[in-house]
Design a protein around this ligand. Structure first.
Ligand code: MLT
Length: 428
């Protein structure tokens, strides 16, 4: 590996250190570039910019590798639980049984939200998108725990905010759905594990006994694990950037929720399902839509295909596709949308046009199908993504704080007018 990189500007050479990560990713450290040369780098969309050093998630886009704290996503999805993975991401190691029991117990104890949070729901229109309510209410926790905004919280105080957030997001998320449906809100049950409790709050009614379906609980655990972190994606970068101003954990995560809502990010899973439904309404001829997707002059876009960093396949999509097949078979669901999805998938995997452009189905393509199979409505898909991504956001926020990273403040290349004199309105 090169030990340093040389940048030659106006005939003068400047050496810059090269740094290497534990998985041999290499970077040119240009921290001193502007001071030494007066130049900055320009990298729209940060396609080549490492914004931080991080020890949380490793991703190799060429090889389709994803590991949380070194553990392969395939092993975690198959053998772990969402709460264990949350602990791993946030605290950097797999918990002992006693640590896991304590972590789960703490979360369970904090799932109730202040009754005044419940009242805030009354102020939202019943048709409000659940992501709008989720981001607002997560931010509102700063008002209920004002001490959380202090920049110098102790480890114990941070841990308490972490537990509160992990616990309360599931109650708030389930309530956004109940509010939307006009159903009575269900209070959390402390006798249930995290995923079962969430499903109970979503789907139970005071008028009938709710049976927990372990197949659905296990599918949900898997989905949440697969979404739990994805290094410096748009919402995580948002959380780190907002947090770098010493904003509270709740405020930073609320900003991340808004970033995630965008259809180019987490909102894509909702868009996929809506696309499949539109194809179905049109008669279900997938070849017509494949042709539209290839037509430069057609505005139709295939949602859920390709990925910014995975160049050959998304390892999460492989796991989720298998899980989707299993869940649908186990629940005996024959979903016509799945047939449409399978036809699109086949076309994308065999058609040169898609192969050359590396447009293979990604995690969003299949997650909606499982969510639909387990009864989660389309508008809640991105909320489910947020629920899964929370441990990653927390871990990244915590790491940023612990490493005492400076406030994020990019530079720019100004392309506007040069200096000119103000002209009074009657003389323009
Ligand atoms: C994610 O999981 O955050 C998405 O795949 C987007 C990304 O990583 O850029």
């Amino acid at each position: 590996m090169a030990e340093s990189a040389e940048i030659i500007l106006d005939g003068k050479s400047y050496p810059f250190p090269v740094i290497e990560g534990t998985e041999h990713e290499k970077a040119i450290d240009i921290a001193k570039l502007r001071d030494l040369t007066g130049y900055v780098t320009l990298d729209s969309g940060y396609k080549n910019t490492g914004a931080t050093k991080s020890a949380i998630t490793f991703l190799d886009g060429e090889e389709g590798i994803l590991r949380y704290r070194g553990y392969p996503i395939e092993q975690l999805a198959e053998q772990s639980s969402f709460i264990e993975v949350a602990y791993l991401l946030i605290y950097g190691k797999l918990p002992t049984q006693a640590e896991l029991d304590d972590f789960s117990h703490q979360i369970t104890k904090h799932t109730l939200v202040h009754e005044d949070v419940r009242k805030i729901f009354d102020g939202f229109p019943s048709a409000a998108h659940p992501m709008a309510i989720l981001s607002s209410l997560i931010c509102s926790l700063t008002a209920f725990y004002p001490e959380s905004v202090a920049p110098d919280l102790s480890k114990e105080e941070i841990d308490l905010n972490v537990i509160r957030l992990m616990a309360k997001i599931s109650t708030i998320a389930a309530w956004t759905y109940k509010n939307n449906m006009g159903h009575p809100l269900n209070y959390p049950r402390n006798d249930l594990d995290y995923c079962s409790n969430f499903l109970y709050m979503m789907f139970s009614f005071p008028t009938e006994k709710y049976e927990i379906d372990t197949r659905i609980v296990s599918a949900l655990n898997k989905l949440l694990i697969l979404h739990a972190d994805h290094e410096q994606n748009c919402s995580t970068s948002t959380v780190r950037l907002v947090g770098s101003a010493n904003a509270s954990l709740y405020g930073s995560v609320s900003a991340g929720i808004n970033a995630l809502w965008g259809p180019l990010h987490g909102g894509a899973n909702q868009e996929v399902l809506e696309m499949l439904q539109a194809i179905q309404r049109d008669g279900g001829d997938t070849s017509k839509f494949i042709a539209k997707a290839k037509d430069k002059n057609d505005s139709f876009r295939l949602m859920g295909f390709g990925h910014r960093v995975y160049k050959n396949f998304d390892p999460r999509a492989k796991i989720i596709k298998k899980a989707a097949d299993e869940v649908l078979a186990a629940l005996g669901i024959d979903d016509p949308l799945l047939k449409i999805a399978q036809e699109l998938e086949q076309a994308a995997l065999t058609d040169q046009y898609f192969i050359e452009r590396k447009l293979y189905p990604n995690v969003d393509f299949y997650s909606g199908i499982i969510y639909r199979a387990i009864g989660i409505p389309t508008e809640m898909f991105t909320v489910m993504f947020a629920l899964g991504r929370l441990p990653g956001w927390i871990a990244q926020w915590k790491e940023m704080r612990e490493n005492k990273e400076p406030i994020g403040r990019p530079r720019q290349i100004y392309t506007g007018e040069t200096e000119r004199n103000y002209v009074a309105i009657d003389q323009r």
